[in-house]
Design a protein around this ligand. Structure first.
Ligand SMILES: *[C@@H]1O[C@H](CO)[C@@H](O)[C@H](O)[C@H]1NC(C)=O
Length: 238
């Protein structure tokens, strides 16, 4: 449930920025890279704004699923490399459509939002004993952070300048990880949260490094870890 609420939040954010895009004076494009934490849709049970639902045709007509998944992105998961390839394809199309000057302006003024890493740690590492044998946690964190850093460099080389990063929540406190922790009090799986915290900290250091060598680059980082933890620990405050 908590995750669904987050998705809705991010979706609203995306829509408000796109809506602002209609005002050519002030609007900028928003490109989102990441995992299912930023897969828009999943509002099938929220009737307040029917337009925000994707559980009807033409969604789901890509021959992959039998019916609409409820997600605007069709519910298919693609890795970061594929997302970067798709961005490149989109860039070519927009250059063709808008002309290179206007397309260049669009890409340089756009906001690039990242929400990456949860799957790498939950699925790629913690559920994968072979990988755990090969790499100690800190080394694996370094690999994920290197990949995100490379992605930012690639996007920068294609004109991106303004980035936002959500950061990871305390992954060990997700219900599935609490179940794995098998603590009679329902406590969190410390190893998973530790990786998330190490990731956030290593990525924030990498951001500083990037900003110091890439002119004009700005990255707005968030402290999503504490943001969500605070709400989990003291829900009555909110
Ligand atoms: C890093 O990116 C490469 C190339 O896309 C991929 O094969 C690898 O699995 C990624 N590593 C991690 C730890 O996410």
């Amino acid at each position: 449930m908590r995750m669904e609420k987050l998705l809705v939040l991010v979706c609203f954010l995306a829509i408000s920025v796109f809506a602002a895009g209609e005002d050519e004076e002030n609007g900028v494009a928003l490109f989102i890279f990441g995992d299912s934490t930023v897969d828009p849709g999943n509002n099938n049970y929220i009737s307040a704004v029917p337009q925000f639902r994707a559980d009807h045709p033409p969604y789901g007509n890509n021959g992959f699923f039998e019916k609409p998944t409820g997600r605007f992105c069709e519910g298919r998961v693609v890795d970061l490399k594929k997302q970067l390839d798709q961005f490149e394809e989109l860039q070519d199309k927009l250059v063709e459509k808008l002309g290179s000057d206007e397309a260049e302006k669009l890409f340089s003024e756009a906001v690039y939002f990242l929400s990456i890493g949860s799957n790498d740690y939950l699925g790629g590492y913690l559920a994968n004993p072979e990988i755990q044998q090969l790499h100690p946690p800190q080394e694996y964190v370094g690999m994920v952070v290197t990949n995100v850093t490379k992605a930012i460099q690639i996007l920068y080389s294609k004109g991106a300048r303004k980035f936002g990063n959500l950061g990871l929540s305390a992954l060990g406190c997700l219900p599935i990880m609490r179940a794995m922790a098998n603590d009679p009090n329902g406590g969190c799986l410390a190893a998973a949260s530790a990786m998330a915290a190490a990731h956030n900290s290593a990525l924030s250091t990498a951001f500083q490094g990037l900003a110091s060598v890439l002119p004009g680059l700005t990255i707005a980082d968030s402290n999503f870890y504490d943001f969500l933890n605070d709400r989990l620990e003291q829900p009555s405050k909110y």
